[in-house]
Design a protein around this ligand. Structure first.
Ligand code: SF4
Length: 459
């Protein structure tokens, strides 16, 4: 008689990923490792054997959201591991904030801690005996749609901006070896990624910490340096007909060298440059990187070199000590610089940030009022730039196209990063044979604008 072999059910892990794209890449690494070891994921807290919450600790709203999520996971499941930026924060008296608020969590780690998280998982939910490693796709597990992906090139930050606590949570800059980054990018392109979004805390500083060490990729030496990285990623992307987009680029002089690569089609003529302010005194109080640079001149030189360039930036209104004159300097800057996509936060004190001790804090209502004034100026500059596109034909990467786009769809041009910028609303194609497919490019003629978005006719 043959004895039936029972395969024990794989343990199930619930996973919640909160926070920025850098936290998302940490989540992807943990999920990939869990899957590699044979764990399954559960869509509900109650259906899981254990829950991991990847938290964000950047601003007070994010802290609240993270603490609430941990509370829900504890109520519904009871067995919770916490990781991410909030896990690194201390509360009153100097002990761990998460443990103070939720003493029953099984383990707490900071960000970028796949090994520690896995050690906690092994301790509380021993791994299955026979992992089906072959079931893992070579590109790992992605939380983004199949056609775009974030790639993290470094961890941490060596600056000490006075409003930011990221360095205290994530440590100083540690660049990933260039060979590893290029090999991950290669796997992503092979898996069908059509847009690669380069992220880090300080993309311009890539390789500084390891003196731009020479690494290897595809049997050839290549320096751990932004220029070499972008050129190599671009050449790789071109083979797959994919876009490469750069985020968190500080306006250091050496970024000038990246602009010609845009003209060669090696990366998108798009830069996400978090400027935060324009006035030199405010930038000095913020201790911003590149605060001594002449940013207006730099932006206009970049635009001369590459007229297609789109610049996204974020700003802070009402930073401690900001005078009306300093704020007006910022308003003039944003109008003159023609920032295509501008975001603005009213300054909000983050627990543990050095800026909290600065003199002359701006009252909360005034901070909010300045934010609103800023957005009015920024939006009119940005709408005016958007309108210039009417009549142009652009390549659009399709994100959404039910029924093969017969009734239209949604996509993005090179000027729109996912989640943070506008979109291109695609009208139903006029030609009966024309279809739209998610993850493919279509040419489209821009026929109008709607707020931050464009309306286009696929051709
Ligand atoms: S550059 Fe400044 S704001 Fe950005 S992560 Fe570093 S310290 Fe924080």
């Amino acid at each position: 008689m043959t004895e039936a072999i029972t395969i024990p059910a794989a343990p199930k892990v619930g996973f919640v990923s909160l926070g920025c794209p850098k936290a998302l890449t940490d989540s992807e690494l943990i999920l990939t490792q869990l899957s590699a070891e044979g764990y399954q994921t559960s869509k509900t807290f109650a259906g899981a054997d254990l829950v991991i919450v990847n938290t964000c600790g950047f601003i007070d709203d994010a802290v609240k959201e993270s603490l609430d999520t941990i509370g829900e996971a504890l109520a519904d499941n009871g067995r919770v591991i916490v990781t991410g930026c909030l896990g690194a924060r201390t509360g009153e008296g100097g002990s761990n904030l998460v443990r103070q608020m939720h003493p029953s969590v099984l383990a707490v780690t900071g960000p970028h801690a796949t090994d520690e998280v896995m050690a906690a998982v092994h301790q509380h939910l021993p791994k299955p005996h026979d992992p089906f490693v072959d079931l893992i796709p070579p590109q790992g597990i992605k939380l983004t749609p199949r056609h775009y992906a974030y790639i993290k090139i470094s961890e941490g930050c060596s600056h000490r901006c006075t409003f930011c606590i990221i360095p205290s949570m994530r440590g100083d800059l540690v660049s990933r070896p260039i060979g590893d980054v290029l090999s991950e990018a290669h796997k992503l392109f092979e898996a069908g990624v059509k847009e690669l979004l380069v992220v880090s805390q300080d993309t311009s500083a890539y390789g500084v910490d390891i003196q731009y060490r020479t690494g290897f990729w595809d049997g050839k030496p290549v320096k751990t340096k932004l220029f070499d990285l972008v050129r190599s990623l671009g050449e790789l992307g071109q083979r797959y007909g994919a876009w490469v987009r750069l985020h968190y680029v500080y306006p250091y002089p050496h970024v000038d060298d990246i602009i010609p690569l845009m003209n060669e089609g090696l990366c998108l003529p798009y830069l996400d440059v978090p400027l935060q302010h324009s006035h030199p005194e405010v930038l000095k109080r913020m201790k911003r990187p590149a605060s001594g640079e002449k940013n207006l001149e730099r932006l206009s030189r970049w635009r001369e070199m590459c007229p297609e360039l789109v610049v996204r930036s974020t700003f802070i209104a009402g930073f401690p000590g900001e005078t009306e004159a300093e704020f007006e300097h910022l308003l003039d800057f944003v109008a003159e610089a023609g920032i295509d996509r501008a975001g603005c936060f009213a300054y909000s004190p983050v627990q543990g940030a050095a800026a909290n001790a600065l003199e002359n804090p701006v009252p909360a209502e005034l901070r909010e009022e300045r934010r609103a004034r800023f957005m009015a100026v920024a939006e009119s500059a940005s709408t005016e730039r958007l309108k210039r596109r009417i009549g142009a034909t652009m390549q659009v990467l399709v994100d959404h196209a039910p029924g093969l786009g017969r009734k239209g769809g949604m996509g993005r041009s090179y000027a729109d990063a996912p989640e943070i910028d506008g979109v291109v609303r695609l009208l139903p194609p006029q030609k009966i044979s024309k279809t739209l497919k998610v993850g493919e490019f279509t040419a489209a003629r821009i026929v109008g604008t709607e707020g931050h978005d464009l309306v286009a006719q696929p051709i």
